[in-house]
Write a protein that binds this ligand. Structure first.
Ligand SMILES: Cc1cc2nc3c(=O)[nH]c(=O)nc-3n(C[C@H](O)[C@H](O)[C@H](O)COP(=O)(O)OP(=O)(O)OC[C@H]3O[C@@H](n4cnc5c(N)ncnc54)[C@H](O)[C@@H]3O)c2cc1C
Length: 482
């Protein structure tokens, strides 16, 4: 910590700068959408589900456009949105500290501005990468400084069409609640498009007593002195192994199907404007070639993570070793291993690091719409050799991340739902998945919602223009009173 700066003073000065920047940009714009009542209820212009960085990016972009009758509904408690201080088990973000973050193009809202204000310029220079909790603090600060209307501990249970609107069914701390919105943005994170991927070879009944997913809450204290098996070689597999060992596990062994780890992070290679803004400009054929290529390449774990786990003496890794079956044995698990040295091994606990899946049939909030949502396989047939069933299951989204209908019997309200999470990857690239593109995703969603509202509310918007009667010439000799 820089000794010459008090964090509150630094942040207070930054917040004054934010206010001035917004004033100079005349943000937010004046509210313009005609209020809508239905059955005595004021309808929300936009309900955003999730107050992680995508929710923040969408909310800020909407408010700046004069759409302020919005609300964010967030299942987690304040300060615990997203994975950062709960199930993210790395020490720092993979991304470089220089990422601007969801800052709407405004320098005073960048991560760097926040960090320098709170910790001082020297601390910024000394910072290597962003610790998870610091990134969380930054996102919480954005919520506060932008005055975003977040209802925490409030989970969306389901969405249903209702006469041109969307009916939300929410679980709130005060009980269940139903309300109407013109549009809904699902900014529900990596697991929000189909949940956690669970491998077929691991019986689900082993969870939670003998097995867990790498993104489950795990009581690592229970693993003290025990032997852990980890299925997979991605970042979360390594970080779970490291965390368990650092908290006293006797050993952690990674079983990895691949003979070698992926070497190149193509995500970093594609984190520039051509991919972040140009992805959906490509025709379907080229987009599919890119989707298949990135799917096949896979990303390596960050090098910091790969250095971290082997610092502990109990760390082991077996490459080229697929796990072919798992069963309960004694108080632990027995794994049948394939590869060059087929055998059975026993461990006290298993963590599966198999990531997330995308499956519109497995999104509880979308159950009413699922059969009608167009997937990539409905709109594009890959040429021989390029079939990737996992990717063909991604929803086929419109230009503003809106769901599109599979057939003519789809409810028209389906297009009022914007899927701003990893499910958007095939249609829009990584802009709703990773930090570098999130501001662009927020802009795209907000612009599409604005345009949709203008179309839907055109008679009232036009009437407001006709009623507008500010006399420009009132102070001149040419003024003609009406
Ligand atoms: C472990 C980990 C590390 C990552 N590291 C990086 C990195 O270094 N760099 C990078 O660019 N990207 C990284 N990512 C990818 C990405 O930046 C994060 O996943 C990020 O959290 C995505 O933001 P989000 O707003 O889409 O989702 P989240 O941050 O997950 O926020 C979604 C929110 O929605 C809420 N929610 C979900 N369902 C409901 C519901 N039904 N009702 C109400 N609320 C709901 C959740 O509680 C959550 O707070 C990482 C991802 C993970 C999982």
């Amino acid at each position: 910590m820089n000794q010459t700066i008090r964090p509150e003073a630094g942040l207070a000065a930054l917040e004054a700068r934010v206010r001035r920047d917004l004033e100079m940009l005349q943000l937010p714009a004046k509210e313009w959408a005609p209020p809508l009542q239905r059955g005595g209820e004021r309808v929300l212009d936009v309900a955003i589900i999730g107050a992680g960085m995508c929710g923040i990016a969408a909310a800020g972009a909407l408010i700046f456009r004069g759409l302020s009758h919005i609300r964010l509904f967030e299942a987690a408690a304040p300060g615990e949105e997203g994975p950062w201080v709960t199930v993210a088990r790395m020490d720092t973000l993979r991304s470089p500290k220089t990422l601007p973050g969801p800052c709407f193009g405004i320098p005073s809202l960048t991560f760097r501005a926040f960090y320098e204000a709170r910790e001082g310029a020297a601390a910024w220079e000394a910072l290597y990468k962003i610790p998870n909790a610091v990134w969380q603090d930054y996102l919480s600060w954005l919520i506060r400084v932008l005055g975003l209307p977040v209802a925490h501990r409030t989970r969306l249970l389901s969405l249903a069409p209702e006469e041109g609107l969307l009916r939300l069914h929410l679980a709130t701390p005060e009980g269940e609640r139903r309300l109407l919105a013109r549009r809904v943005v699902l900014a529900t994170g990596r697991a929000g498009a189909g949940g956690l991927a669970w491998p077929d070879v691991v019986p689900r009944a082993l969870r939670p007593e003998r097995a867990a997913h790498a993104y489950d809450p795990i009581d690592f204290g229970r693993l003290r002195g025990r032997s852990l098996a980890v299925l997979g070689g991605g970042a979360a597999a390594w970080d779970n192994a490291a965390t368990a060992l650092e908290r006293g596990a006797a050993s952690a062994t990674l079983y990895v199907r691949r003979a070698q780890l992926p070497q190149i992070n193509k995500g970093r290679g594609s984190a520039g404007p051509a991919y972040l803004q140009g992805w959906d400009a490509l025709d379907l054929e080229r987009r599919w070639q890119l989707i298949a290529y990135l799917h096949d390449m896979q990303a390596p774990p960050p090098h910091e993570t790969v250095h971290r786990a082997p610092r502990q003496p109990g760390f082991r890794i077996e490459l080229g070793t697929p796990v072919e079956a798992v069963r309960a044995e004694g108080e632990g698990v027995a794994l049948t291993l394939g590869g060059a040295r087929p055998r059975e091994v026993r461990h006290d606990f298993l963590v599966v690091g198999t990531g997330f899946r995308v499956d519109m049939d497995a999104v509880p909030e979308l159950a009413a719409f699922a059969p009608h949502i167009a997937r990539w396989r409905d709109r594009y047939r890959p040429p021989p050799g390029l079939s990737r069933p996992e990717m063909e299951a991604f929803p086929f989204l419109g230009p503003g991340f809106e769901l599109t209908p599979r057939g003519p019997d789809a409810p028209p309200e389906l297009g009022l739902v914007h899927l701003m999470n990893h499910g958007a990857f095939a249609s829009h690239g990584s802009i709703a998945s990773d930090i570098p593109g999130v501001a662009e995703a927020g802009e795209r969603v907000a612009r599409a919602i604005l345009r949709g509202l203008v179309q839907a509310e055109w008679p009232a918007i036009r009437a407001a223009l006709e009623a507008f009667d500010e006399p420009e010439l009132a102070t001149t000799p040419f003024f003609v009173p009406r």
